[in-house]
Design a protein around this ligand. Sequence first.
Ligand SMILES: Nc1nc2c(c(=O)[nH]1)N[C@H]1C(S)=C(S)[C@@H](COP(=O)(O)O)O[C@H]1N2
Ligand SMILES: [Mo]
Length: 221
Amino acid sequence: MTGDDIPEPEAREKLLRSKAQWAEDGRLLTGRPDLGHVNRLPPGQRLVTNWPVLDLGAQPDVAKENWRLRIGGLVENPVVYTLDQFFALPQCETVSDIHCVTAWSRYDNRWNGVATKTLLDIVKPKPEARHVLFQSYDGYTTNVKLAVFAEDNAILAHSWEGKPLTREHGAPVRVVIPDWYFWKSPKWITRIEFVAEDRPGFWEVRGYHNEGDPWKEERYS
Ligand SMILES: Nc1nc2c(c(=O)[nH]1)N[C@H]1C(S)=C(S)[C@@H](COP(=O)(O)O)O[C@H]1N2
Ligand SMILES: [Mo]
Protein backbone atom coordinates (compact mmCIF):
# COMPACT_ATOMS: atom_id res chain seq x y z
CA MET A 1 0.00 0.00 0.00
CA THR A 2 1.15 3.46 -0.83
CA GLY A 3 -1.14 5.22 1.64
CA ASP A 4 -2.96 7.27 -0.97
CA ASP A 5 -5.87 6.25 -3.11
CA ILE A 6 -3.97 5.68 -6.34
CA PRO A 7 -2.47 2.18 -6.41
CA GLU A 8 0.89 1.84 -8.06
CA PRO A 9 -0.10 0.23 -11.35
CA GLU A 10 2.91 -2.07 -11.40
CA ALA A 11 2.36 -3.38 -7.89
CA ARG A 12 -1.32 -3.85 -8.59
CA GLU A 13 -0.65 -5.67 -11.84
CA LYS A 14 1.86 -7.93 -10.13
CA LEU A 15 -0.61 -8.82 -7.39
CA LEU A 16 -3.41 -9.51 -9.84
CA ARG A 17 -1.19 -11.64 -12.05
CA SER A 18 0.17 -13.74 -9.20
CA LYS A 19 -3.24 -14.31 -7.67
CA ALA A 20 -4.73 -15.21 -11.05
CA GLN A 21 -1.77 -17.59 -11.55
CA TRP A 22 -2.62 -19.34 -8.28
CA ALA A 23 -6.00 -20.18 -9.75
CA GLU A 24 -4.44 -21.51 -12.92
CA ASP A 25 -1.97 -23.66 -10.98
CA GLY A 26 -4.53 -24.85 -8.42
CA ARG A 27 -2.21 -23.72 -5.61
CA LEU A 28 -3.08 -24.75 -2.03
CA LEU A 29 -5.50 -27.48 -3.07
CA THR A 30 -5.32 -30.53 -0.80
CA GLY A 31 -8.04 -32.67 -2.40
CA ARG A 32 -9.40 -33.49 1.07
CA PRO A 33 -12.82 -31.89 1.46
CA ASP A 34 -14.33 -31.76 4.98
CA LEU A 35 -18.00 -32.00 4.12
CA GLY A 36 -19.09 -32.86 7.66
CA HIS A 37 -17.12 -29.94 9.19
CA VAL A 38 -15.32 -32.49 11.36
CA ASN A 39 -12.54 -29.99 11.92
CA ARG A 40 -13.05 -26.34 12.71
CA LEU A 41 -10.26 -25.48 10.28
CA PRO A 42 -11.23 -26.16 6.64
CA PRO A 43 -8.79 -28.21 4.51
CA GLY A 44 -5.62 -26.43 3.44
CA GLN A 45 -6.13 -23.52 5.88
CA ARG A 46 -3.81 -22.41 8.69
CA LEU A 47 -4.86 -20.50 11.75
CA VAL A 48 -3.66 -16.93 12.30
CA THR A 49 -4.25 -14.63 15.26
CA ASN A 50 -3.45 -11.36 13.48
CA TRP A 51 -5.85 -10.06 10.83
CA PRO A 52 -4.21 -9.80 7.38
CA VAL A 53 -5.29 -7.09 4.92
CA LEU A 54 -6.09 -7.99 1.30
CA ASP A 55 -7.15 -5.51 -1.33
CA LEU A 56 -6.54 -4.50 -4.93
CA GLY A 57 -3.94 -1.89 -3.99
CA ALA A 58 -6.39 0.86 -3.06
CA GLN A 59 -8.13 1.47 0.25
CA PRO A 60 -10.81 4.08 -0.42
CA ASP A 61 -11.12 6.79 2.19
CA VAL A 62 -14.90 7.20 2.28
CA ALA A 63 -15.95 10.33 4.18
CA LYS A 64 -18.80 9.43 6.54
CA GLU A 65 -21.06 12.19 5.22
CA ASN A 66 -20.57 11.01 1.63
CA TRP A 67 -21.12 7.30 2.23
CA ARG A 68 -24.22 5.85 0.59
CA LEU A 69 -25.58 2.33 0.45
CA ARG A 70 -27.90 1.69 -2.47
CA ILE A 71 -29.95 -1.50 -2.50
CA GLY A 72 -31.96 -2.09 -5.64
CA GLY A 73 -32.60 -4.23 -8.67
CA LEU A 74 -35.42 -6.77 -8.44
CA VAL A 75 -36.88 -5.57 -5.13
CA GLU A 76 -40.22 -4.06 -4.08
CA ASN A 77 -38.63 -1.24 -2.08
CA PRO A 78 -35.26 0.02 -3.30
CA VAL A 79 -33.43 2.09 -0.67
CA VAL A 80 -30.55 4.54 -0.40
CA TYR A 81 -29.07 4.93 3.08
CA THR A 82 -26.81 7.53 4.58
CA LEU A 83 -24.57 6.28 7.38
CA ASP A 84 -26.89 7.79 10.03
CA GLN A 85 -29.85 5.99 8.48
CA PHE A 86 -27.87 2.76 8.35
CA PHE A 87 -27.01 3.04 12.06
CA ALA A 88 -30.70 3.69 12.82
CA LEU A 89 -31.66 0.24 11.43
CA PRO A 90 -32.09 -2.67 13.89
CA GLN A 91 -28.58 -3.72 14.94
CA CYS A 92 -27.17 -7.17 15.63
CA GLU A 93 -24.02 -8.93 16.75
CA THR A 94 -22.48 -12.06 15.26
CA VAL A 95 -19.34 -14.05 16.04
CA SER A 96 -17.81 -15.98 13.17
CA ASP A 97 -14.63 -17.41 11.65
CA ILE A 98 -12.88 -15.97 8.60
CA HIS A 99 -11.50 -18.27 5.88
CA CYS A 100 -9.44 -16.55 3.20
CA VAL A 101 -8.66 -18.37 -0.03
CA THR A 102 -4.96 -17.45 0.44
CA ALA A 103 -5.11 -20.09 3.22
CA TRP A 104 -5.37 -18.14 6.47
CA SER A 105 -8.29 -18.51 8.85
CA ARG A 106 -9.10 -16.41 11.90
CA TYR A 107 -11.50 -17.63 14.58
CA ASP A 108 -14.12 -15.79 16.65
CA ASN A 109 -14.50 -12.40 15.01
CA ARG A 110 -17.18 -10.32 16.70
CA TRP A 111 -19.10 -8.12 14.29
CA ASN A 112 -21.73 -5.45 14.86
CA GLY A 113 -23.98 -4.11 12.16
CA VAL A 114 -27.18 -4.92 10.31
CA ALA A 115 -28.18 -8.52 9.53
CA THR A 116 -28.76 -9.17 5.83
CA LYS A 117 -32.12 -10.68 6.90
CA THR A 118 -33.13 -7.26 8.23
CA LEU A 119 -32.31 -5.68 4.86
CA LEU A 120 -34.27 -8.40 3.03
CA ASP A 121 -37.33 -7.63 5.18
CA ILE A 122 -37.08 -3.99 4.15
CA VAL A 123 -36.34 -4.22 0.42
CA LYS A 124 -38.38 -7.38 -0.25
CA PRO A 125 -36.79 -9.13 -3.26
CA LYS A 126 -39.19 -10.06 -6.02
CA PRO A 127 -39.70 -13.76 -6.81
CA GLU A 128 -37.45 -13.47 -9.91
CA ALA A 129 -34.49 -12.36 -7.80
CA ARG A 130 -32.05 -15.27 -7.48
CA HIS A 131 -28.61 -13.68 -7.17
CA VAL A 132 -27.03 -10.76 -5.36
CA LEU A 133 -24.30 -8.55 -6.82
CA PHE A 134 -22.08 -6.37 -4.62
CA GLN A 135 -20.22 -3.22 -5.66
CA SER A 136 -17.61 -1.45 -3.57
CA TYR A 137 -16.00 1.98 -3.53
CA ASP A 138 -12.70 0.56 -4.84
CA GLY A 139 -14.41 -0.92 -7.92
CA TYR A 140 -14.42 -4.44 -6.47
CA THR A 141 -17.40 -6.65 -7.26
CA THR A 142 -18.51 -10.09 -6.13
CA ASN A 143 -21.63 -12.26 -6.43
CA VAL A 144 -23.56 -14.70 -4.22
CA LYS A 145 -26.81 -16.61 -4.44
CA LEU A 146 -29.77 -14.95 -2.73
CA ALA A 147 -29.91 -17.90 -0.30
CA VAL A 148 -26.28 -17.23 0.68
CA PHE A 149 -26.95 -13.52 1.20
CA ALA A 150 -29.86 -14.55 3.44
CA GLU A 151 -27.80 -16.81 5.73
CA ASP A 152 -28.36 -16.22 9.46
CA ASN A 153 -24.77 -15.19 10.19
CA ALA A 154 -24.43 -12.77 7.23
CA ILE A 155 -24.08 -9.15 8.29
CA LEU A 156 -23.25 -5.71 6.96
CA ALA A 157 -20.75 -4.81 9.64
CA HIS A 158 -19.54 -1.42 10.83
CA SER A 159 -17.62 -2.71 13.87
CA TRP A 160 -15.21 -5.49 14.71
CA GLU A 161 -14.41 -6.48 18.28
CA GLY A 162 -16.40 -3.53 19.59
CA LYS A 163 -14.53 -0.91 17.58
CA PRO A 164 -15.38 0.81 14.29
CA LEU A 165 -13.89 -0.98 11.28
CA THR A 166 -10.61 0.52 10.18
CA ARG A 167 -10.25 1.88 6.67
CA GLU A 168 -8.02 -1.02 5.60
CA HIS A 169 -10.70 -3.54 6.63
CA GLY A 170 -13.49 -1.77 4.77
CA ALA A 171 -14.80 1.22 6.77
CA PRO A 172 -17.37 2.45 7.16
CA VAL A 173 -19.32 -0.71 6.27
CA ARG A 174 -18.34 -4.10 4.85
CA VAL A 175 -20.21 -7.30 4.14
CA VAL A 176 -19.38 -10.46 6.13
CA ILE A 177 -20.69 -13.79 4.81
CA PRO A 178 -18.61 -16.10 6.97
CA ASP A 179 -19.49 -19.54 5.62
CA TRP A 180 -17.76 -18.78 2.30
CA TYR A 181 -14.22 -17.75 1.40
CA PHE A 182 -13.62 -14.17 2.44
CA TRP A 183 -13.42 -12.77 -1.08
CA LYS A 184 -17.24 -13.07 -0.99
CA SER A 185 -17.25 -10.47 1.81
CA PRO A 186 -16.79 -7.10 0.10
CA LYS A 187 -15.22 -4.19 1.98
CA TRP A 188 -16.26 -0.51 1.41
CA ILE A 189 -19.69 -1.66 0.23
CA THR A 190 -21.83 0.87 -1.64
CA ARG A 191 -24.29 -1.05 -3.79
CA ILE A 192 -26.26 -4.27 -3.51
CA GLU A 193 -28.27 -5.39 -6.52
CA PHE A 194 -30.79 -8.22 -6.71
CA VAL A 195 -30.86 -9.90 -10.12
CA ALA A 196 -32.32 -12.91 -11.92
CA GLU A 197 -29.14 -13.86 -13.79
CA ASP A 198 -25.83 -14.44 -12.03
CA ARG A 199 -22.91 -12.18 -12.94
CA PRO A 200 -19.39 -13.20 -11.86
CA GLY A 201 -17.39 -10.58 -9.93
CA PHE A 202 -13.79 -9.42 -9.86
CA TRP A 203 -12.11 -12.66 -8.73
CA GLU A 204 -14.79 -14.92 -10.19
CA VAL A 205 -13.76 -13.83 -13.71
CA ARG A 206 -10.09 -14.35 -12.81
CA GLY A 207 -10.14 -18.08 -12.16
CA TYR A 208 -11.75 -18.13 -8.72
CA HIS A 209 -14.73 -20.34 -7.94
CA ASN A 210 -18.21 -18.92 -8.44
CA GLU A 211 -19.37 -20.19 -5.03
CA GLY A 212 -16.32 -20.59 -2.78
CA ASP A 213 -17.23 -23.13 -0.09
CA PRO A 214 -14.11 -23.55 2.09
CA TRP A 215 -15.21 -27.03 3.30
CA LYS A 216 -15.32 -28.29 -0.29
CA GLU A 217 -12.16 -26.32 -1.11
CA GLU A 218 -13.91 -24.45 -3.87
CA ARG A 219 -10.94 -22.15 -4.41
CA TYR A 220 -10.76 -22.07 -8.20
CA SER A 221 -13.13 -22.58 -11.10
N1 LIG B 1 -13.91 -3.91 -1.77
C1 LIG B 1 -13.12 -4.97 -1.64
N2 LIG B 1 -13.54 -5.99 -0.88
C2 LIG B 1 -12.78 -7.07 -0.72
C3 LIG B 1 -11.53 -7.19 -1.37
C4 LIG B 1 -11.11 -6.12 -2.17
O1 LIG B 1 -10.01 -6.12 -2.77
N3 LIG B 1 -11.93 -5.02 -2.28
N4 LIG B 1 -10.77 -8.34 -1.20
C5 LIG B 1 -11.47 -9.54 -0.77
C6 LIG B 1 -10.55 -10.56 -0.32
S1 LIG B 1 -9.74 -11.45 -1.52
C7 LIG B 1 -10.40 -10.86 1.00
S2 LIG B 1 -9.51 -12.20 1.51
C8 LIG B 1 -11.02 -10.02 2.05
C9 LIG B 1 -9.94 -9.44 2.95
O2 LIG B 1 -10.51 -8.67 3.97
P1 LIG B 1 -9.53 -8.07 5.05
O3 LIG B 1 -8.53 -7.20 4.32
O4 LIG B 1 -10.39 -7.29 5.99
O5 LIG B 1 -8.86 -9.24 5.72
O6 LIG B 1 -11.75 -8.93 1.51
C10 LIG B 1 -12.46 -9.24 0.35
N5 LIG B 1 -13.25 -8.09 0.05
MO1 LIG C 1 -8.86 -13.32 -0.34
